[in-house]
Design a protein around this ligand. Sequence first.
Ligand SMILES: NC(=O)c1ccc[n+]([C@@H]2O[C@H](COP(=O)([O-])OP(=O)(O)OC[C@H]3O[C@@H](n4cnc5c(N)ncnc54)[C@H](OP(=O)(O)O)[C@@H]3O)[C@@H](O)[C@H]2O)c1
Length: 292
Amino acid sequence: MKVGLVGLGVIGSRVGEKLADSGSLRLVYNRTQATAAAFGKAWGVGVSESIQELVRESDVVFTILSDDEAVSSFFGGISGVPIKGKTFIDMSTIGPSTSVAIASDIKRRAASMLDAPVVGSANMVERKEAVLMVGGGDADFERVKPLLSQIANVVLYIGPNGAGLSLKLVHNLVLASYVVSLGEAVNFGLNGGLDPKMIEHLLVSLSSIRSPNSALKVPKILGSDYVTQFSLKHMIKDLNIIEAEARKQRSVIPMGSLALQLYRLAEKRGLAEKDFSAVAELFRESAGQSQH
Ligand SMILES: NC(=O)c1ccc[n+]([C@@H]2O[C@H](COP(=O)([O-])OP(=O)(O)OC[C@H]3O[C@@H](n4cnc5c(N)ncnc54)[C@H](OP(=O)(O)O)[C@@H]3O)[C@@H](O)[C@H]2O)c1
């Protein structure tokens, strides 16, 4: 099975490393070609000059791109390439309806597509601790499961096309509000004169609300360290998708809507490219404590 990968950003590069480490990855492509050249050199895999070339020469094609527009533009770009029998695995977080529409077009062309979004941060992917949630045909899933298992220890089949993405959005709806709450609480504690180490100890080690995310984000919020693991602009993208889906379903998502407004405010403060936990700076700024 010849495997190609398109998109070597924060998550794509880690996924690529896992596949290359397992000896499965044959070809990579990235819009910024220098990134692909560096990856190819570091991992001894081929570098394609175009997405068309990569698709022609691969049986299985992974895509891990930013958003709906990037994924749609990839599939639009290969509309003239024969794809019969190929499998596409899109690991980007995009709107389920966009993914379903692309998958049905791919099916018409005698190929198959799965959505396989990632729950977990870059360092969780590095440790194979991320969770992959897959939507699409179950036979297609079974065929590529061994490949997906090279990327993550937990690989779950969720249902038809779009189902993996819908479940991923459930996760990010909670994550978005949770990290806003951590920022708010840290600032509340600091303004109350508490020792930052005690706030960290409580939220990371003792409290029943502790989680892998409080362990990851609280020290960073306390240190105003917002090196990007998952960008704030991508969290806004996901909350926009969630809002659109909620509108269609007539679901009420007050926490998600409030979180979206706060991330948008942080974006206006120039934090779009930083880690999404930089939303915590809004509270620091309100208290005149910003270290940003
Ligand atoms: N980071 C995380 O912790 C995380 C976790 C779970 C899921 N995700 C999801 O995974 C996806 C990728 O996230 P990421 O953090 O890896 O993003 P990223 O670092 O911003 O990388 C985005 C990738 O998409 C490419 N790209 C963007 N726009 C494009 C376009 N119009 N045409 C072609 N290529 C384009 C970029 O190419 P260039 O290098 O040329 O810019 C890059 O390879 C997103 O949907 C995100 O929501 C991320």
